[in-house]
Design a protein. Sequence first.
Length: 288
Amino acid sequence: MVSRRSPTARHRRLVAELNRLRKDSGLTRVEVAERIGSTDTTVWRYETGQTRPRPSDVSALTDVYGVTGEARDFLIQLAVEARRRDWWHRHRQAFKPGFDSYIGLEAEASLVRSYEPLVVPGLMQTEPYARAVVEATSVVQTPSTVEETVAVRISRQRLLHGPGDPIHLVAVLDEAVIRRRIGGGGIMTEQLEHLVHLGGLPNVEIRVLPFSAGAHPAMDGPFCLLSFPEPEDPDLLYLEQAASGLLPDAPEHVSRYASMFESLCAMALDQEASAAFIAQMARRFSTP
């Protein structure tokens, strides 16, 4: 069981529970609002995640829904935890829209499945490589914002090493990720050697999708799937674009991408062959 707790993930769980309880009760939002002395708009905002309810608000809702004992205490505790601020909160102005929600959910995930066609995933980037990527892709950012973005990216990597339960990462990298020179030969050598090291960790699996695999289901672009330790929390899909990040919540979308990821794993090199290829490319980049 993952011991990490994230306000964003706690809020997601609370939203799901409040929706379930009202539907099970058979009450409309208007009826619930009347019983707690509020408005149906406020209840809607609670159920859509637009507003994080106070513990006292959740307490009133549990009275309406007839929730008592440990179940009631659990929901109120969720409200307490959901209203706390994530460690990255002070950096949120440097993020593209949607990414703040993603890293808040990533912080409580037990498994990350990532496909990347162009760059090393952020959880596995070295600092010089991360800086080169951010500088190349964030053309409107100031130098200070670049450094802030890099610092957040490196801080996220504590998920791989602890303290607490480390996240399990499975990454499928297109061969282009390994071959594309970013930041110069020295930076690439360091980055690829870092990948080899990470691939030796028990909680990290790195697979290279070779050019020889040809066409594949994920040619539309990168994606990431998050799984959580509690069965009540469904898997989550994250799609990143140049100006924003998207979190489609339709179960059929998540299922489709999960199937795509299985196909990519079947087409990719195994872990041993992937490590050998990455190490070979690291040596090539180190040659003047």
